[in-house]
Design a protein around this ligand. Structure first.
Ligand code: NAP
Length: 413
C-alpha cells in the first residue's frame, strides 16, 4: 500500500471538465503542498500538453498514464491513492473497471455520472465488495446531483432545527441558469436514450423513482414527475420539465433511504424549471415541453440520433468557452412542507455555469472532502450519495471555496 501517496488523482484530466477541474485544483491547492494530487488519463502526450498549458505552477504536477480498460494500470493508479476522481465518460461505456478496482482495493472514488442505469448496475454488482474493502464510492458529484442532494439535505436540517421534524415533501425549481452542454455530457445523455430505446426493462427501471435505493427500501409514496407544462401553486408560476430531474430525484431518494429515512417514509420530491407567470409563462412551458420531447424522440431513433451527433450537438472534448463559463450561474429554489403544513423556502446558487465551471469545483471539493474530512469510522465502505457521505463538511467547502450559497428565504412568499 501507499505506493503513490496521493490524496487525489484526477482520472480523465484531459476531458473537457477534467481540464477545468485540474486548473481549479492547481489554483486552490497548488502542487505538492497541503494536498498531494496527480493527473491521469490514457494519453501521455495529452497529459503533458495539459501540464504545459497549466503553466509554471504545474511543472511538478505528477502524470499517470492509464487506459480505462487496462486493469493493471488502474490497479497501480489506485495503489496508495486515497481518492480517485473520474471524469472518463460516458461512464456506462468506460467506467466499470475503475469502479470495480476501487471497490476491491478499498480506494475511495468520486465521479460525475448522471447515468441512472449504470449507477444502479454498479451498486448491484459492487456494493458488497466496497463494504468489505472499506471503499467509499460517491457518484453524481456535479451539477447533477450536488445542488439537489445537498439542497434537500440543507432544507431538512433547517426543518429539524425549526420544527423538530422533517419536510415530508420538497420541490426544487430552477429559477434561472446560464450555461451550455459539452460533447461528453451530450454523449452520455444520448447513450442512455439509445440503451433505453431498445430495452423495455431499462425504460421501466428509469421510470422508477426508487431505482437506486437499496432493495429493502420499503418506499411506496407515489412520486410526481413534471412531464409537461404545469402551474405550480407553491411558486405561483408555470413550470416545465427539467432534464436533470431523472437523476437528481433518484439520488435524493437514495439519500433518504441511506440515512434511515431521515426525510420520512412518505417523503415526496420533484424538480422542474420555473418559466414565468400568466399566458407568457404557460406558452413558454409548453414550448419547452415540445422542445424536450422532440429532442428525446430524435435521440431515440437511430437515423435522427446520427444527424444530431453529426450536425447539431457538440463533439466529445468540446464545450463552452472560458468566457461563457465565467458568465454562467445557477439559482435554484426549494419549497418544503412538513406533515402539519409548516413550510420553508430556500435557495441554492452557484457563480459559474452549472455544467463545467461550477461542476468542476463541486467535484474537486467532494474529492478533497472525502480524502480529508470524512472519517472511515463515521462513513464506512459502500456506495454513498454526496449528502450521506459528505453532508455538512461538503456544504462548508462549497460555501467557502466553490462560490455556492445555501440559504433560507425569510420572505416565504
Ligand atoms: N454531472 C454533471 O453535472 C456533469 C457535468 C459535466 C460532465 N459530466 C460527465 O462527465 C463526463 C466527461 O464529460 P466531458 O464533457 O468532459 O467529456 P469529454 O471531454 O468527451 O471527455 C471524455 C474523457 O474520457 C476519456 N476517455 C475516453 N476513453 C477512454 C479510455 N479508454 N481510457 C481512458 N480515458 C478515456 C477521454 O480521454 P482523451 O482526453 O484522451 O480523449 C476524455 O478525457 C461525461 O460522462 C459527462 O456526462 C457530468
Amino acid at each position: 500500500m501507499n505506493q503513490n501517496g496521493y490524496d487525489v488523482v484526477v482520472f480523465g484530466a484531459t476531458s473537457f471538465v477534467g481540464r477545468i477541474l485540474a486548473e481549479y485544483l492547481l489554483h486552490t491547492f497548488g502542487v505538492g503542498e497541503d494536498l498531494t494530487w496527480a493527473i491521469a488519463g490514457r494519453s501521455e502526450q495529452k497529459l503533458e500538453a495539459l501540464r504545459s498549458e497549466l503553466g509554471s505552477m504545474a511543472v511538478d504536477l505528477p502524470v499517470i498514464v492509464a487506459d480505462a480498460s487496462d486493469e493493471a494500470a488502474l490497479q497501480s493508479l489506485c495503489d496508495g491513492t486515497r481518492v480517485v476522481i473520474s471524469t472518463v465518460g460516458p461512464y456506462a461505456l468506460y467506467g466499470e473497471p475503475l469502479v470495480r478496482i476501487c471497490a476491491e482495493s478499498g480506494t475511495d472514488y468520486c465521479d460525475l455520472t448522471g447515468e441512472v442505469q449504470w449507477l444502479r448496475q454498479m451498486i448491484q454488482k459492487y456494493e458488497d465488495t466496497a463494504r468489505n474493502s472499506g471503499a467509499r464510492i460517491v457518484n453524481c458529484c456535479g451539477f447533477d446531483s450536488i445542488p439537489s442532494d445537498m439542497g434537500v439535505w440543507f432544507m431538512q436540517e433547517q426543518a429539524q432545527a425549526r420544527f423538530g421534524k422533517p419536510l415530508t415533501r420538497v420541490s426544487m425549481r430552477v429559477k434561472a441558469a446560464k450555461g451550455e452542454l459539452s460533447g461528453g455530457t451530450v454523449a452520455s445523455l444520448l447513450n442512455v436514450v439509445k440503451e433505453a430505446s431498445s430495452n423495455p426493462e431499462l425504460r421501466r427501471e428509469l421510470a422508477n423513482p426508487y431505482s437506486v435505493c437499496p432493495p429493502n427500501h420499503g418506499f411506496t409514496a407515489r412520486q410526481h414527475t413534471v412531464k409537461k407544462a404545469e402551474y405550480d401553486p407553491d411558486f405561483q408560476a408555470w413550470t416545465a420539465p427539467f432534464v436533470m430531474a431523472a437523476i437528481n430525484t433518484r439520488v435524493v431518494h437514495r439519500s433518504n433511504a441511506l440515512s434511515g429515512k431521515a426525510y420520512g417514509s412518505d417523503f415526496r420530491y420533484d424538480e422542474a424549471v420555473l418559466v414565468g407567470r400568466g399566458l407568457k409563462g404557460r406558452a413558454t412551458g409548453w414550448g419547452m415541453t415540445g422542445f424536450m420531447g422532440g429532442f428525446m424522440l430524435g435521440a431515440s431513433i437511430a437515423p435522427t440520433r446520427w444527424l444530431l451527433e453529426r450536425f447539431v450537438v457538440p463533439k466529445p472534448g468540446q464545450g463552452p468557452s472560458r468566457e461563457a463559463r465565467e458568465k454562467g450561474f445557477f439559482d435554484l429554489r426549494f419549497f418544503g412542507e412538513t406533515e402539519d403544513g409548516e413550510t420553508l423556502r430556500g435557495k441554492v446558487t452557484g457563480d459559474r455555469d452549472p455544467g463545467y465551471g461550477a461542476t468542476s469545483k463541486m467535484l474537486g471539493q467532494a474529492g478533497v472532502c472525502l480524502a480529508r474530512d470524512v472519517d472511515r469510522e463515521q462513513v464506512g465502505g459502500g456506495f454513498w450519495t454526496p449528502a450521506t457521505a459528505l453532508d455538512g463538511q461538503l456544504l462548508e467547502r462549497l460555501q467557502n471555496a466553490s462560490g455556492m450559497t445555501f440559504e433560507l428565504l425569510e420572505d416565504q412568499a
